[in-house]
Design a protein around this ligand. Structure first.
Ligand code: ATP
Ligand code: MG
Length: 300
């Protein structure tokens, strides 16, 4: 497939899952088991497409790096066992690690809690020319913290600032923050890997049964499952209030890992292509330098 065709296909694949205006978004409208027109028997073809996609991604990344102007921030959010780690690993497999940074955000440390909630994420924003990946992010502030409001109590906020409107205020602040990033040349793309409760149960049981996967199982993950509906409501509200044209959410069906990875790769390719990365043009001075160097090398 030619590059132009790959870019077109990437756009087509990602489009059905992109949310740019959240007001009317309804989580129920996305089926976690959806694979579009691809069937289980198309899996090998999907894997092939992913390999080609990863190659296209590597080319785009190389230009992004050489150009040294834009950066891309990719945010991954999901329930446990939805496949965040696997998607990140597969999609990024062909990238140059030198131009790529991955950060995981877990429960905040004492030092984190001594600052505003964006502080720890700000420190991890990607350099120009780089792709930054957040495995969880400041969005946890509207998810786990909303489902467990007792976490708010640990944030040392002045009590008069913690009211009923706090989640709306956080959405507003996040929208403004992402607009600020966009205006500074950091494009933002956000992924919610949408797994079903049934498939999560299957994956948890597999982690318990398979000794090689035992290490992945955490009793706390299973406990959080008890708050499933509260999390779904929080995710839906978050997407409704923070999906924008410049920083869209992709709500990606996650019951079939092969499909999730293809859609995520497609969305990243599309985001990079939109920046129109190109190798810097070489001016007359540089041309002269190259000609001199060529002559000198050929003389030895
Ligand atoms: P995996 O389970 O695949 O290793 P993970 O991202 O779930 O990956 P964990 O160490 O299991 O990693 O979990 C991180 C935990 O930290 C999650 O339960 C998440 O909700 C929690 N967390 C992240 N940010 C915050 C926050 N700001 N406040 C409170 N808890 C948070
Ligand atoms: Mg976990």
């Amino acid at each position: 497939m030619k590059t132009r065709q790959i870019l077109k296909r990437a756009r087509e694949l990602a489009a059905p899952f992109r949310v740019t205006r959240g007001e009317t978004f309804c989580l129920e409208s996305v089926d976690p088991g959806d694979t579009l027109d691809l069937k289980a028997e198309d899996r090998p073809r999907a894997k092939e497409a992913l390999a080609m996609g990863v190659e296209a991604l590597a080319e785009l990344q190389d230009m992004l790096y050489a150009q040294d102007r834009w950066a891309l921030l990719l945010i991954f959010q999901a329930m446990d066992a939805a496949g965040k780690d696997g998607a990140i690993k597969h999609v990024m497999s062909g990238l140059n690690p030198q131009g790529c940074q991955v950060f995981s955000f877990k429960s905040p440390s004492a030092e984190d809690l001594d600052h505003d909630y964006l502080w720890r994420c700000m420190k991890c924003l990607p350099n120009r020319g780089h792709i930054g990946i957040f495995n969880r992010s400041y969005y946890e502030e509207t998810l786990v913290v909303r489902v467990h409001p007792e976490f708010l109590g640990k944030q040392k906020l002045p009590p008069e600032l913690v009211g009923k409107g706090i989640w709306q205020e956080r959405f507003q602040d996040i929208r403004c923050f992402e607009r600020y990033l966009g205006r500074n040349g950091i494009a933002v793309r956000k992924f919610f890997l949408h797994v079903s409760k049934k498939e999560q149960k299957r994956r948890f049981l597999e982690r318990i049964e398979n000794p090689e996967k035992n290490w992945k199982f955490s009793a706390n993950d299973a406990k959080e499952r008890g708050h499933w509906d509260a999390y779904m409501n929080a995710y839906e509200d978050m997407i409704r209030h923070t999906a924008t044209k410049d920083a869209p959410w992709f709500v990606v069906p996650a019951d079939n890992k092969w499909f999730t990875r293809v859609v995520v790769a497609a969305a990243i390719i599309d985001a990079l292509a939109a920046m129109k990365p190109a190798y810097p043009e070489v001016g007359a001075g540089k041309q002269k330098e190259l000609a001199l160097a060529r002559r000198a090398l050929n003389q030895k």
